[in-house]
Design a protein around this ligand. Structure first.
Ligand code: MRU
Length: 377
């Protein structure tokens, strides 16, 4: 079950409005999510008391973004365990809620493994639930640490590639504190550049069809006082042509073993533009986003979303009339092609920045070495 309550977050900085938190009121443990479908109009929290509510929150994008999906999935397993539901059923439903971001299944399976291990050691249900929660909390903490390290590595790379400073960075979708235990992935690098006085402008792609750039990245950029400008996705080409983009920084939902990068639809066209205009195209993601089990880009399952996300526009506080609950912008019954992600081949990616360091050029060998290094620490 999910419940909602509104907060007044007007004066709060992003890190004071956590995207996710675990609470233990007297009625039993709950997972509280900042409902990202309602931003920036309202800061409303969604309170999940069971895994099906969390599955729905994941599908509706109330909670979203690869690293946060992993954290949410792990807490979802802990919630099922703490509330006495079937943990394996909950874990399977959570892991399958969305197919592309590998972090979701990684987070779910990590908490599930901790739960199983505690049971195998002879612990009771309470101990097993505590083990699942500890695993979720560890993942949450590790993601915050990884985010800080990605920001450091990313800023060093930017300074190396663009020695003049005054970076004008184009980003797509939302990759900040709303998707992370810390300050995010690509956005965290831009924020580090801003704090170092080296960000001249953050160009924010609106990110159709669900406007994660306009609604969420512009919201985070404003709260951090970053110089930023919103553009329609289609305006990126003329911006590159005018010489206004020094680098592209994006996140990733899954990185295949060969270095192919799945990210929000619209990332691949940016990579093509960047190559044509000799601009670095940089992907920032934690090592958990690298999936050695997926050999190449063609093997990445790309989530297909409902047509109404394209045929209607859904904006909070605007009267709704369409079948999907939004304002129709296409004739009734129009078919829509609506992949949530696209895949950029490794040869178009200048560098992949992780908490363990930078892979550039992007090769299967470089990524395998990075994964091996991360397992050793
Ligand atoms: O459909 P979404 O909003 O979950 O898509 C999110 C993205 O594509 C992000 O760019 C990606 O998860 C990286 S977030 C650090």
């Amino acid at each position: 079950m999910a419940d909602q309550y509104a907060r007044t977050g007007e004066d709060k900085r992003p890190h004071e409005i956590p995207a996710i938190r675990w609470e233990e009121p007297p009625e039993g443990p709950v997972l509280v999510l900042l409902d990202q479908t309602r931003l920036p109009a309202e800061e409303v929290e969604l309170v999940c008391t069971d895994a099906p509510a969390l599955v729905e929150a994941i599908r509706s994008l109330a909670v979203r973004g690869a690293p946060l999906l992993g954290i949410a999935g792990a807490y979802g397993v802990a919630l099922a365990a703490a509330r006495g539901y079937d943990v394996d059923d909950a874990a399977n439903a959570l892991a399958e809620a969305r197919p592309t971001a590998v972090n979701l299944a990684v987070g779910v399976r990590r908490a599930q493994a901790a739960h199983r291990a505690a049971l195998a050691k002879g612990g009771g249900a309470g101990q097993a639930a505590a083990a699942a929660l500890a695993a979720a909390r560890a993942l949450h903490r590790e993601d915050a640490e990884a985010s800080a390290r990605m920001a450091e590595h990313g800023l060093a790379l930017l300074d190396e590639l663009l020695p003049g400073g005054g970076h004008r960075i184009l980003t797509h979708c939302n990759t900040g504190s709303l998707v992370s235990g810390g300050e995010g992935t690509a956005f965290a690098v831009a924020l580090a550049a801003h704090r170092a006085g080296r960000l001249r402008r953050l160009w924010v792609d609106e990110t159709r069809p669900l406007f994660q750039g306009a609604r969420l990245t512009a919201y985070e950029a404003a709260r951090n006082d970053m110089a930023h400008t919103l553009l329609t996705d289609n305006a990126a080409g003329s911006l590159f042509a005018a010489g206004e983009v020094d680098a592209v920084l994006i996140g990733a939902d899954r990185i295949a073993a060969d270095g192919s990068v799945a990210n929000k639809v619209g990332s691949y066209p940016l990579a093509v533009l960047a190559r044509y205009h000799h601009v670095p195209f940089i992907v920032v993601a934690p090592v958990t986003t690298v999936d050695p089990q997926t050999p190449d880009g063609a093997s990445i399952e790309v989530e297909q979303r409902p047509a109404y996300e394209v045929t209607e526009v859904s904006v909070p506080q605007v009267p709704v009339t369409g079948a999907g609950g939004g304002v129709p912008v296409a004739p009734l019954g129009t078919q829509a092609y609506n992949p949530a992600f696209d895949v950029t081949p490794p040869e178009l990616v200048t560098a992949i920045v992780t908490e363990e360091g930078v892979v550039s050029p992007v090769t299967a060998e470089g990524l395998a070495e990075l994964c091996a290094r991360s397992r050793r620490v």
